[in-house]
Design a protein around this ligand. Structure first.
Ligand SMILES: C[S@@+](CC[C@H](N)C(=O)[O-])C[C@H]1O[C@@H](n2cnc3c(N)ncnc32)[C@H](O)[C@@H]1O
Length: 433
């Protein structure tokens, strides 16, 4: 095969693209091409071209994925096209990406419709062989029809087993069983820990929906956007997002320092994660007073803030400087400076001051603040470079049964016996604060 042969060169390039896309390293591919008789320079050029092509494929795929997500959110095709063009895309490329996304959605919808049809028929007692024949009669290829029915039979079996597990769990929960003990029970019966957790979450959600005429409400203060998940103990709660930043479409667009202007005693819980450090020290008590104001008498607060004491310890122990990387997250390296003053990239991109950190907390300073605010029962947990607090306005709810590693704070003196901290790993949320 000669490098000058245009068709052969294209075939080699296709081969190289497929290899890189399959995860073969650039060095390995170049060696392989040389071993197949290509000159070293030509091999390097081919690998470079293939890498560019793969990059193009990936970014095109990312654009289509983004468009699919936006369409699912209800954004219209015209608005999307304008958005893509405003982001620098050519008009015809934007149209192509939208066309591909729509096609992908239609295909997915068709696959979903067929699966739903098969599951309903199987639940009604239809024979798999008959269903396969039906699909073929409607024009589906024999092999595709076979695969669709086999998959539906597997899903139906799984659903039957899951239904049995759900019936068992909801009966046990209704009889007062402890969720944590039930989870262990499932694991002891041979279930994978993550499946046991997921089944239990579903059962707790069902129980909450059954037991309450109205779902409980949680106010997520400074939550930024609803793609950032709430902890699992808020499963089944109605989620209201409050933020000063309109870009995440909050349900309540408001400065959290003015929470006392909202109607009182509306919420069963307040969740406030990596937001309290965004206020000046003299404003923190205003925000905490607002939490007390919006909480019902049996409500509770779940707070999360960076642990400045732990940070200082790590900085000294690892001999880090302000601009050293503390850990790497999926949005890039996080520097010591980012945890103290707020994530520099986010502050620069947003162009607004409220992403900056204006104060900081330790487990002790946070406990004292919560005691001063008059919370009746306070629990503190540290680890993963953050302090978490659960503060109850009145009685402690059964929520505590789900949580591990928290220590109770003495509301007379503000002291507590710290439990063993959780290991240091970056918290798995979409934002750094
Ligand atoms: C780092 S993000 C935290 C997002 C999310 N809670 C998390 O844990 O990843 C901080 C959030 O606090 C919000 N915020 C800052 N100042 C605020 C204020 N005065 N009132 C309400 N929200 C504020 C910001 O808009 C941002 O969404």
């Amino acid at each position: 095969m000669q490098w000058t042969d245009e068709e052969a060169a294209r075939k080699i390039l296709d081969f190289a693209v497929a290899e890189l896309a399959a995860g073969v390293s650039r060095e390995r591919l170049a060696q392989d091409l040389v071993q197949r008789g290509m000159q070293e320079y030509a091999a390097m050029v081919t690998v470079e071209r293939a890498a560019n092509a793969v990059k193009g494929l990936n970014s095109a795929r990312q654009v289509v994925d983004y468009v699919v997500a936006e369409l699912l959110e209800g954004v219209s095709e015209t608005v999307l096209e304008k958005k893509l063009v405003a982001q620098g895309m050519r008009e015809d490329s934007a149209k192509t990406a939208i066309g591909k996304a729509v096609q992908q959605l239609e295909q997915t919808a068709a696959v979903d419709r067929i699966r739903d049809f098969l599951l309903t028929e199987l639940a009604n007692g239809a024979e798999p062989a008959t269903l396969e024949a039906d699909l073929q009669q409607q024009g589906m290829a024999q092999e595709t029809a076979h695969r669709a029915v086999v998959q539906a039979v597997t899903v139906a079996k799984h659903l039957r087993v899951e239904k049995k597990i759900q019936d068992f769990l909801t009966t046990e929960l209704a009889n007062g069983a402890n969720p944590a003990v039930l989870e262990q029970d499932l694991i002891l019966r041979g279930m994978e820990p993550h499946s046991a957790k997921a089944s239990l979450r579903q059962a707790v959600r069902t129980m909450r929906q059954r037991s309450d005429a109205l779902p409980k409400k949680v106010l997520n203060v400074g939550g930024n956007n609803k793609n950032i998940e709430l902890p699992e103990h808020f499963d089944g709660f109605e989620h209201l997002l409050l933020d000063i930043d309109p870009t995440g479409n909050p349900d309540i667009l408001c400065d959290a320092r003015t929470l006392t202007e909202l109607p009182a005693a509306q919420f069963d819980a307040v969740y406030c994660s990596h937001n309290l450090e965004h206020y000046h020290d003299h404003d923190v008590s205003k925000v905490l007073r607002g939490f007390m104001h919006v909480l019902k008498s049996d409500g509770f607060l779940h707070l999360r803030v960076p642990d400045m004491r732990e940070l200082m310890k790590v900085v000294v122990e690892r001999d880090l400087d302000l601009d050293d990387v503390l850990y790497r997250s999926h949005i890039g390296p996080v520097l010591v400076r980012d945890v103290i003053y707020g994530h520099a990239g986010q502050i620069e991109r947003s162009g607004v001051d409220f992403f900056a950190h204006k104060t900081g907390f330790t487990a002790d300073s946070l406990s004292r603040l919560l005691v001063q605010q008059g919370f009746a029962q306070i629990f503190i947990r540290t680890g993963r470079l953050e302090v978490e607090a659960l503060a109850f306005k009145g009685e402690v709810s059964d929520l505590v049964a789900h949580l591990t590693g928290f220590s109770q704070v003495c509301t007379a003196c503000g002291h507590y016996a710290p439990a063993k901290p959780l290991p240091i790993v970056p918290r798995p949320t979409a934002h750094i604060s």
